[in-house]
Design a protein around this ligand. Structure first.
Ligand code: NAD
Length: 270
């Protein structure tokens, strides 16, 4: 019988932290909520996490005691800020406890701290925890490897009207995967949004186009356009809870792993 894994949430009162707590408390997994920590200025400090997410009290209060959270957990999940992630990577090293990191916008200092911790414990970092997007990344790389420049690669993404950056990090990652499959660097092939008299499409370019509007959670399509046929690989996210489900799956997988730096493709066996 597999043992129940004790999970600590770093940034437990945030949007993603609450979704992860809800997923753990759903009772569908061999997981127990062991700790919930927050920024010292958080409105949630001292409150039972069950109450925060509209559940019965579960006896786990949101605290600022990170050492106690690392001590009580088999594995932790971090959806916070790059600054907090740096601190959490140092704690992972000190306590030799695995951490799943979903926080985005990490710079080289944070990545270096995560890699240092990975010498002592299992660390996983992924900018997109969706199982489907990670499958798509792997399929795109494989497809780009099999199809030559006779097939034009175009990446389309759609997001809600509030998104401020473009293209999305996931669209960019899809471009990197396609370039890797072709054995080139994305910088040498990237073709961003077009407008006006731009001339014919250069062979081998990897094109990007972007839609913004409404409440779209996130759509991504990679098209391989040949002569006489088109192959389209698409992913459509309709609910942010899929990132929480992916993070929990990653944590359950990571808990018993040897020290090392892991990605979602390791969890999914891709
Ligand atoms: P959020 O602002 O709702 O939550 C972040 C939480 O972290 C807040 O509650 C905040 O108080 C807490 N926090 C900040 N500093 C802290 C500290 N020093 N110690 C402990 N807690 C601290 O944001 P969110 O929407 O939950 O997103 C969090 C991060 O996850 C962002 O970087 C976002 O881009 C990323 N994200 C990643 C994925 C993925 O699949 N990898 C999916 C969604 C969001």
């Amino acid at each position: 019988m597999t043992k129940t894994v004790k999970i600590g949430i770093l940034g437990g009162a945030g949007r993603m932290g609450q979704m992860i707590a809800r997923e753990i408390l759903s009772g569908k997994h061999k997981a127990k909520l062991a700790a919930c920590v927050e920024h010292k200025k958080s409105w949630a400090i001292g409150k039972d996490i069950g109450g925060i997410i509209g559940h019965d009290p579960v006896g786990v209060n949101v605290t600022t005691d990170k050492d106690a959270a690392f001590h009580a957990s088999d594995v932790l999940i971090d959806f916070t800020t790059p600054e907090a992630t740096l601190e959490h990577a140092e704690l992972a090293f000190r306590h030799a406890k695995p951490v799943v990191i979903g926080t985005t916008g990490l710079a080289s200092a944070e990545m270096a701290a995560i890699k240092t911790a990975a010498q002592k414990t299992a660390m996983l970092q992924a900018a997109n925890m969706s199982v489907g997007v990670n499958l798509l990344l792997s399929m795109v790389e494989h497809m780009a490897q099999m199809l030559d420049e006779e097939y034009d690669i175009e990446i389309f993404e759609a997001h809600h009207r509030h998104k401020v950056d473009a293209p999305s990090g996931t669209a960019y990652a899809l471009g990197v995967a396609a370039a890797r499959g072709r054995g080139i660097k994305l910088e040498d092939a990237i073709m961003p949004a077009r407008f006006g008299q731009i001339g014919a499409r250069p062979a081998g370019a990897i094109g990007f186009s972007v839609f913004r509007g409404g409440d779209v959670v996130g759509d991504h399509t990679v098209t391989f356009a040949g002569t006489g046929e088109r192959i389209e690989l698409s992913h459509k996210a309709s609910d942010r809870s899929l990132f929480a489900k992916g993070a929990l799956k990653a944590a359950l997988w990571l808990a018993p792993q040897k020290p090392g730096f892991y990605a979602m493709k390791d969890v999914l066996g891709l």
